[in-house]
Design a protein around this ligand. Sequence first.
Ligand code: NAP
Length: 308
Amino acid sequence: MSILYRSDAPRAAAWATFFAENAPDLDFRVWPDAGNLDEVEYLIAWQAPADFIAALPRLKVLFSSGAGIDHVDFSAVPEHIPIVRMVEPGIINGMVEYVSLSVLALHRDFFDYVEMQATGAWDPLEVPPASARSIGVMGMGVLGRAVLERLETYGFRLRGWNRSPRQMAQVECFAGADQLQPFLAGSDILICLLPLTETTAGILDHKVFSALPRGASVINVGRGPHLVDGDLIEALDSQHLSRAILDVTDPEPLPPEHPFWRHPRVFVTPHVASMTQPQTAAPILLDNIRKHQRGEPLLGLIDRERGY
Ligand code: NAP
């Protein structure tokens, strides 16, 4: 039984060690030392080029090494091969940290104080209680719910928007296109944690920004193509929006000449909000392989029709 790891090279050793110690019956290979490709049954990959998938005649499952799946060309993967994304505590914790840090930095005006430090300005701003600030999360999936749970501990007012209706204690829940506008109207800080699909591409646009309260801020930790860049800059420059924190951009890396780099109220990080952690991800992936061997449902199975 062969598994091929073709992903983040610096972390390959940690994956290989885990499998050697915990699943000696499995032949764990690391790209480019793939051996005979005819023997590979499980592939762990970030990018999986179509011609490479075609070169694996015995492939049984394609595991994405990341939480998102938008980089995978479903049409290149034969219908009978399940595509599975990564659902693991390391990714969840990383996202909860990043979003908490971002929300608190906005809530407590840290970006204003960074600007003031440049001129030595001592100008205390009013500190509203967290209960006076409403945070809206788009996408109440694994990550959106984890973020909402953590933000609740700070006392923010919370709302979530999702494709299908959801219920969460202490969260005002909205669902579907009809309820997007009322959801936005009460979101002082908007967080995008949607998957990138045909429906959600370009969703962070002029219409969405106009529906937010004046002075609102936006955090995009979904995918770069969720955002219409020009619409964001316009909303910031017209003073309708206060700030934007972008962990994802289109394209990535963001070219040095892109206006986001120099905009005084845009803060960019290079897609680091959360990353798959081998220590927590490898046991979950092994568990998924065992499930597949027993014919049980897989954690993180993608619905090809839905697109995520
Ligand atoms: P998930 O568990 O699949 O959750 C996605 C949620 O979005 C689901 O609740 C889904 O609704 C909702 N949704 C999908 N399409 C929608 C639409 N058209 N309108 C409203 N809601 C919609 O995914 P996740 O694990 O939370 O991850 C979310 C995304 O975060 C990933 O796809 C990835 O793009 C991004 N991400 C970014 C980083 C980073 O470092 N920046 C790291 C990890 C993940 P249903 O309940 O109806 O299915």
